[in-house]
Design a protein around this ligand. Structure first.
Ligand code: ADP
Ligand code: ZN
Length: 716
């Protein structure tokens, strides 16, 4: 038999009685014990007496053939060595540990000698749930009581404490509970998706509809049908902060909470989910992209919400795009994929155009909701002092909302106080010591931060280069600086700043968002964090500080990204009864992308964008791969890159071209130099095979790393 801990399979002696293909096993590897998966029969061409035995077979569901196929295909697609791929699929800590126990609490026989309000609440909760057991945390949360109250009740015998296994199934979801009555449009969309769910066959549907059109209601209906078939469903969300709102919607719809999978979830809970998914004890998983690699027993539906979001692309380690791998996984297990978005990626749009994906459009917002009015503010004719970014026109609009008791949002897609800190004496920009990147001032933390490597240092008083004192000046706006300006302009407003770095935990962020949604702030100042799906019912005005920001630079997707982001963030306005307005500050109101954003003629925007890409043979009408050579020795990296480019026969054989080598746009990160090559090939080309062949003869010197990014999303 053969297991798979290195980049080739290894042979081990099967345990007494044998073991099945796909079994998870613990095996010796050198001096260590590691987890492996039985990949098949051994080759048998070696001395059987030398072979080491499997230590033991783990008590978890074996990896299914379909999962092994999925891993093999993903590895081949992303040119990832199999062990790295396998690690994604075994990312549950403590798989080899014995089942662990924890304390749970039930109603006991005795009555407490003395009742308090808190004690009554605890007992009420336990009685209301008819004998069910709670963990301490669940019980305290549900009853709004402290743990000492529960412990007191345990002492008096009114509550029983007992040990229970940790890895227990998730509560069953009731798919038969009635959902919201769907509109005709929504029902038609749900029916189309559900057809494939019912037939248990593969298919991908692009579900397009503006924010608030009911995409979530529609795919929850498809989830219901999937659960009724007895199959599992997975909903991928791009942002952990979004899960809380979604989990409560699931609970309302199905009467219980699903499994929640992301890096903010505790280790023991992750292990429970991993095991339960494999045994069928979890019907619905809601989570981040890595939830795609859980060992589902029978997956019938995958929803990728906000499918255009660039965070579905994993940018370090295994470079995969969860949206694309979702389609692969579904095709292997006869599942449906729903790609939901108000502003689909050009890739998905093109796949729908080509008939590879079905497309369902929800035409309007649900109920009385109307789309926000969109207008530009021509910054060329606004009077602004230097160091100010809120135009008089925008200021007036914000004041009107505040006077009306409505919320306004100012959007700037930049964390920190100012993107650049400049010495007015010598002209030096403060840069990171380890990266070719500016240090960004974060004034709330009184520090400079490198957004590439995370290095921070205190804000200096004197210029690190010429030592002049008091000459360092912030250049350009960030979300913190905008907050400062807003505080001066709107002294009576309660201002909330939302930026991912300002919150220590996903929970803190989630709580803040809930408070804001409930009306605890008048003015929200936020980065792209606020563009993603949060529901702020009182919000009626969105002001975009710099609509031109994303259009600078030469990124292939600059137009697409700007279009998506602007439409998304504008969509935050006017979700409830009150109509919304979105105002875009721009210096180029006649730029075609800005015009498309304002007119909302999405279809013609995509047509035009598609045509541009088609002409130059760029994705999705051509293929790209990015190579980064990474080392401490830039000259040697360039030399190796040049050698590679010179011997590009394998790439040319499939009609491809190699560009570069050149220093990457950020030529140094964490003290390591980066040299980039780009491979471009026609759409149908067998790009991965060609690259594998091309790179096969390459042996890298020690300390060199090469990463290959198939279908790159970013080019830094
Ligand atoms: P999207 O996912 O497209 O942004 P949602 O599904 O979140 O849209 O719907 C927006 C709001 O409208 C939600 O509060 C949702 O509950 C409500 N809604 C949508 N469709 C219906 C319906 N048919 N009946 C009642 N409420 C609905
Ligand atoms: Zn750095």
């Amino acid at each position: 038999m053969t297991t798979q801990p290195l980049d080739r399979t290894l042979d081990y002696r099967a345990p007494e009685g044998g073991c099945v293909t796909g079994a998870f096993v613990q095996v010796p590897l050198g001096p260590r014990q590691v987890v492996g998966v039985v990949w098949g029969r051994g080759r048998g061409d070696f001395d059987l007496s030398k072979i080491r035995p499997v230590t033991r077979v783990l008590n978890v569901a074996p990896m299914r053939d379909e999962m092994r196929e999925f891993l093999a295909r993903s590895a081949a697609y992303t040119l990832t060595p199999m062990p790295a791929m396998l690690r994604l699929a075994t990312r549950a800590p403590g798989l080899t540990d014995p089942p662990s126990m924890r304390s749970v609490y039930r109603r006991g026989d005795a009555d407490p000698p003395r009742m308090t309000e808190a004690r009554t609440r605890v007992l009420d909760v336990l009685e209301a749930h008819g004998g069910a057991a709670f963990t301490l945390k669940e019980l305290c949360d549900e009853a709004g009581a402290s743990s000492s109250v529960v412990k007191g009740l345990v002492q008096s015998g009114a509550v029983r404490e007992e040990a229970a296994p940790r890895d227990v199934p998730f509560p069953r979801l009731d798919a038969d509970r009635p959902g919201k009555a769907l509109t005709e449009d929504q029902q038609a969309a749900a029916d189309r998706i559900s057809e494939g769910v019912e037939a248990e066959r593969y298919g991908t549907t692009l579900l397009r509809g503006v924010t608030g059109s009911g995409k979530t209601e529609v795919y929850l209906e498809a989830v219901a049908r999937c659960l009724r078939k007895g199959r599992q469903a997975l909903v991928l969300l791009p942002e952990i902060a979004l899960t809380a709102e979604f989990l409560s919607r699931v609970e309302q719809r199905f009467g219980a909470r699903p499994a929640e999978w992301h890096h903010g979830v505790t280790m023991t809970e992750r292990r429970r989910i991993w095991k339960m998914v494999g045994q069928g004890g979890a019907e619905l998983v809601v989570g981040a992209r890595s939830a795609l690699f859980l060992p589902y027993r029978d997956l019938g539906l995958i929803v990728v919400d906000e499918e255009h979001d660039s965070s579905y692309k994993q940018e370090d380690g295994v470079l995969y795009n969860a949206r694309d791998m979702a389609v692969l996984r579904a095709s292997l297990c006869g599942a449906q994929v729903v790609l939901a978005s108000a502003t689909p990626s050009l890739e998905s749009w093109a796949n729908a155009e080509a008939g590879k994906y079905a497309r369902v459009d929800l035409a309007s917002r649900f109920g009385e909701l109307v789309l926000p009015q969109m207008r530009s503010i021509d910054m060329r004719s606004e009077r602004l002092e230097s160091g100010r970014w809120i135009s008089p026109t925008l200021k007036k609009q914000v004041e009107d909302r505040l006077a009306n008791g409505e919320q306004a949002l100012l959007f700037i897609n930049r964390r920190g106080y100012a993107p650049v800190t400049l010495c007015r004496a010598c002209g030096e920009q403060i840069g990171c010591d380890h990266c070719d990147a500016a240090m960004v001032e974060h004034r709330f933390q009184k520090r400079l931060v490198c957004h590439q490597c995370g290095e921070t240092k205190p804000m200096p008083d004197a210029c690190p280069s010429c030592e002049a004192e008091g000459k360092l000046a912030p250049i350009g706006p960030g979300v913190e600086r905008l907050t400062e300006e807003a505080q001066a302009l709107f002294p009576d407003a309660r201002i909330a700043t939302l930026s991912s770095d300002l919150f220590g935990s996903a929970r803190a962020l989630k709580e803040r968002i809930e408070m804001i949604a409930a009306g605890a702030a008048d003015l929200i100042i936020g980065t792209q964090l606020v563009a993603k799906g949060h529901n702020f019912p009182l919000l009626t005005l969105v002001g975009v500080i710099d609509a031109d920001l994303g259009l600078q630079g030469s990124d292939l997707r600059a137009a697409e990204r700007t279009f998506q982001l602007m439409r998304q963030v504008s969509g935050r306005a006017g979700r409830a009864e009150r109509p919304g307005t979105a105002l875009l500050q721009t210096y180029q109101p006649d730029h075609p992308v800005i015009r498309a954003i304002l007119t909302g003629k999405e279809e013609s925007f995509w047509q035009a964008e598609a045509e541009t890409r088609r002409v130059i043979g760029m994705p999705p009408y051509g293929r790209l791969a990015g190579l980064i050579l990474n080392s401490t020795d830039p000259a040697e990296a360039m030399r190796i890159g040049t050698e590679l480019a010179r011997h590009d026969g394998a790439v040319r054989a499939v009609g491809g071209q190699v560009f570069g080598p050149a220093p990457a746009p950020i030529a140094r990160i964490r003290g390591r130099h980066r040299v980039r090559l780009l491979v471009k090939a026609p759409k149908g080309a067998a790009l991965q095979d060609a690259i594998a062949k091309w790179l096969a003869p390459l042996t890298l010197p020690k300390d060199f790393r090469l990463s290959v990014d198939i279908d790159p999303q970013s080019f830094f």
